[in-house]
Design a protein around this ligand. Sequence first.
Ligand SMILES: [Fe+2]
Length: 239
Amino acid sequence: MLAPDLMARARDKLWEGAPPGLIREDPDSWTGPFTKEQTSEETSNMRRDYHWNYREPGNLDWMIRLLATDPNVWHMAEQLLGEGQLQTPKGIRGIYCIMPKAKAAPLPYGCHVDAHPFHLGVVGYIDHVAPDGGGFNVWPGSHKRFYYDYHSQYANEPTEAYKEDVARVNKRPRVDCHGGPGDIVFWHHRIGHSAGQNLTRQIRQAVLYDFRKLDLDETQKEPPCPDMWRDWSEAVRNL
Ligand SMILES: [Fe+2]
């Protein structure tokens, strides 16, 4: 559970980055995709199709406190990766939104594994995310396969097997992680995932952060370990 006052602050903050024509009080104006005029390739406030990644506020102190250093989130991350092992967050990814789709005609889903090096991802919802509401989608168990589809533990060096495994994993059922404000999805850095499609009338609003351990620079180029949980906490390894 994230702090309600900080979630409210983030929901307010989002609208400072809204393009012309998107009106907070008018849900009809939220339906995607973004028009040509509303589209932006600016990294700090990217808007394209149904995606709106408002990264600009990600470095604000209170945004870091909202997610990365929230006591519950931080302690969960320490339980998973080990106490005193986490890098101090300098910023979070920002507020990531998925805009509603006008017609309930979802495209087929396809998974990917993120390219940047980290250990543990967190997606925190700052508002309601109903089923098929653009929630974070994961393919359960796929991290155990994808972990070995790279030449290294954390760097972006996929092997030949990666693409084949993506096709294989895509045939398996996905889990749509829906939830309420303050709910958090913790996810392994090599799990196959996808942004969900939003078939509701609510904007999917989430804050994202990636936990990294202090020794990431030393361990990232090492080949995958026979024990894929080697870098995780003793508690995890004992499970
Ligand atoms: Fe991703």
